[in-house]
Design a protein around this ligand. Structure first.
Ligand SMILES: *Cc1c(COP(=O)(O)O)cnc(C)c1O
Length: 344
């Protein structure tokens, strides 16, 4: 069955992972202690006071999630309630007034529905990426929380994160950079973390590594995560992922761990020593944008560790990838109840 909606005229199969204009975004204002109702807006721009704490002190939090068209023409969104909860946790940490989870999921639905013609057709490998962002707008010069806030959710059709799709990349362990402090905000999706990661990321790119892997900032002994994705490893029949106070709790990682357990794998969430790299069969970088990026080589100091099968991803990671993307596109049963259907 084809979709009910006349789609925008886009080259769906060659979309980059980048911003593409859609018709509407939704906005909520926080003023005098309460959030306003949502307003669908056509403008891509905001009129921001130059003394907004968001741009001086980084009082800002964001999210990333995806919507898909299924084979039978439905539009579904993957676990938006989890993003709503995580945005609340990030907001609390940096004194942004929390936004109700139910209002969040409703707003996500509204934006998807208003831009339904930009949800890429089933089978193209593309999806609609939703970017909620909340930040302090009320003018203020000294350090302190803003008096007013703006929350915006926009959607943009995107292709695969890495052009080659599900192809392995190589990573570099950076020891001279941290992305987060031990009791800082590494476990929150707040803008400052990513500005802090640009230096380490560029250092890796200059040496030919598209992704960098960070160690725990306290002891530099345990694996933390990649710049914008969690670390997972497969060792025999075990799914291993680090536990750390400075890692962003990934919804993709959480979902893959559930699928791994369902496949009969043992799941270990624990501190993972960097020296364990030698023991792993497969490694992946996981997050909403790419789901899993197989990592087939990691350079740590002067040693190179290899994983997977030469130029191809390992079997287990491939299977996990197929199971999760199969659920997202409706090819496989949504046995864990992760999909929110958008009525259009
Ligand atoms: C967003 C993000 C992830 C991935 O989280 P998902 O919920 O799976 O998209 C992982 N690490 C960092 C640092 C992130 O910002």
């Amino acid at each position: 069955m084809s979709s009910k909606i006349k789609k925008a005229d886009l080259d769906w199969k060659n979309l980059p992972f980048d911003y593409h204009k859609t018709d509407y975004n939704i906005r909520f204002h926080h003023k005098d202690g309460r959030w306003s109702g949502g307003e669908l807006v056509e403008s891509e721009h905001i009129n921001l006071h130059m003394a907004a704490p968001a741009i001086h002190y980084g009082q800002q939090a964001f999210e990333g999630l995806k919507a898909f068209e299924t084979q039978d023409g439905r539009i579904v969104c993957f676990r938006p309630d989890e993003n709503g909860k995580r945005l609340q946790r990030s907001s609390e940490r940096i004194y942004i007034p929390v936004f109700p989870v139910e209002t969040f999921t409703d707003a996500v639905r509204t934006v998807i529905k208003a831009n339904a013609k930009y949800v890429p057709p089933y089978g193209t490998g593309a999806s609609m990426y939703l970017r909620p962002v909340v930040f302090g707008t009320g003018p203020r010069v000294g350090l302190g929380p803003a008096s007013e806030y703006l929350l915006i959710i926009f959607g943009t059709p995107v292709g695969p994160y890495y052009k080659g799709g599900f192809t392995p990349v190589k990573a570099l362990v950076v020891e001279d950079y941290d992305r987060a402090a031990p009791q800082g905000v590494g476990d929150c999706k707040v803008g400052g973390n990513y500005a802090a990661g640009l230096g380490g990321g560029q250092y890796g790119k200059n040496l030919g590594f598209p992704v960098v892997l960070y160690l725990d900032p306290r002891e530099k002994k345990y694996i933390d995560e990649f710049s914008t994705s969690n670390f997972i490893a497969v060792k025999g029949n075990t799914y291993i992922t680090p536990r750390s106070e400075s890692i962003l709790p990934s919804i993709t990682n959480d979902s893959l761990a559930v699928i791994a357990a369902d496949m009969g794998m043992k799941v270990e969430k624990r501190q993972v020593e960097i020296s364990e790299l030698a023991d792993f069969d497969e490694v992946g970088a996981v997050g909403t944008a790419a789901v899993i990026t197989p990592v087939n080589q990691i350079k740590f100091r002067d040693r190179e560790y290899t994983f997977g099968k030469g130029d191809a991803a390992g079997e287990v990671i491939t299977k996990l990838y197929k199971r999760l993307t199969g659920i997202q596109t409706g090819d496989d049963a949504d046995k864990f109840g992760w999909l929110h259907e958008i009525a259009v």
